[in-house]
Design a binder for this molecule. Structure first.
Ligand code: TA6
Length: 261
């Protein structure tokens, strides 16, 4: 886990391969997002709607956070990091906030991302725990638990669709499942495992795989790495964005656990 972006890049419980994917080409340079791990997207997702020059996915992932505490409890380690508004963030987003990530590494990986409005006016924000999962073979992987959910397909200008059955990845995939709080499973026959993702206060689930062309176009991503990763993100984006009144807080929680298939 890095202070840079409060970004987790590895979680490997006993007796199972690494759960979190990190690109072999990831760049660790100020101002550049780390390719892989669990980037925190905040306070907007993808491009900023009113400023095409603003950094994609907000500024939280390219900020250096503060380490608040490390606690050990019942065989698990909880790391708490925080960041807040400053003149740089104000230039991009004129609001006062404090953000805290509380990450508990144990038999499960539990993430609590809390945003507090420390200013005097309400604000609206988007957020995502943009988790890159390691998969054994993307062609065989499936997402179970989104059947019947409406999603916006970002590979086709956010065209609306309805999920039927399990999600299979058979090409470039960038889907936002809206108004969905339900838990879901990433089924991975190649590694004989099920990654279970439960979430609270998250109304969007984003599923992303760049596939071949986009993989080639990313200099910080290996040309063939699209076959070994899948992003499954607990989020609140677009019509699920969060409105926060002054002095109020919002906590998005995601809990990742592993089981045999
Ligand atoms: O979560 C999916 C997504 O929003 C895609 O649209 C794609 O752009 C991906 O994130 C990666 O974004 P990045 O800014 O890290 O290259």
């Amino acid at each position: 886990m890095y202070l840079y972006g409060a970004q987790i890049t590895s979680w490997k419980p006993a007796n199972t391969p690494e759960v979190i994917f990190l690109s072999s080409k990831a760049i660790f340079t100020e101002g550049k997002a780390i390719r892989g791990g669990i980037p925190i997207c905040f306070p907007w997702f993808r491009a900023k709607s009113d400023d095409a020059h603003a950094p994609a996915h907000g500024f939280a992932r390219t900020k250096t956070w503060t380490l608040d505490s490390i606690d050990q409890n019942a065989g698990a380690i909880t790391v708490t990091m925080s960041t807040q508004s400053d003149p740089d963030t104000q230039r991009l987003w004129p609001h006062d906030f404090r953000a805290v990530l509380r990450a508990t590494f144990g038999a499960e990986l539990n993430l609590k991302f809390t945003v507090t409005n420390t200013g005097g006016t309400p604000f609206r924000f988007e957020e995502a725990l943009h988790t890159y999962h390691t998969v054994g073979d993307i062609h065989k992987a499936r997402i179970h638990g989104l059947d019947g959910v409406t999603y916006l397909d970002n590979t086709h200008s956010n065209r609306e669709n309805k999920q039927s059955g399990e999600v299979a990845i058979s090409g470039p995939t960038d889907s936002a499942y809206m108004n969905s709080q339900s838990a879901f499973d990433l089924l991975d026959p190649a590694l004989n495992r099920r990654i279970h993702i439960a979430k609270q206060n998250s109304n969007t689930t984003v599923i992303w795989n760049p596939w071949i062309e986009a993989a080639h176009a990313m200099s910080d991503f290996g040309d063939d790495e699209w076959q070994q990763m899948l992003c499954a993100e607990a989020a609140n984006i677009m019509s699920n964005a969060v409105d926060l009144a002054p002095a109020k807080s919002h906590t998005l929680t995601a809990t990742i656990s592993i089981a045999p298939l």
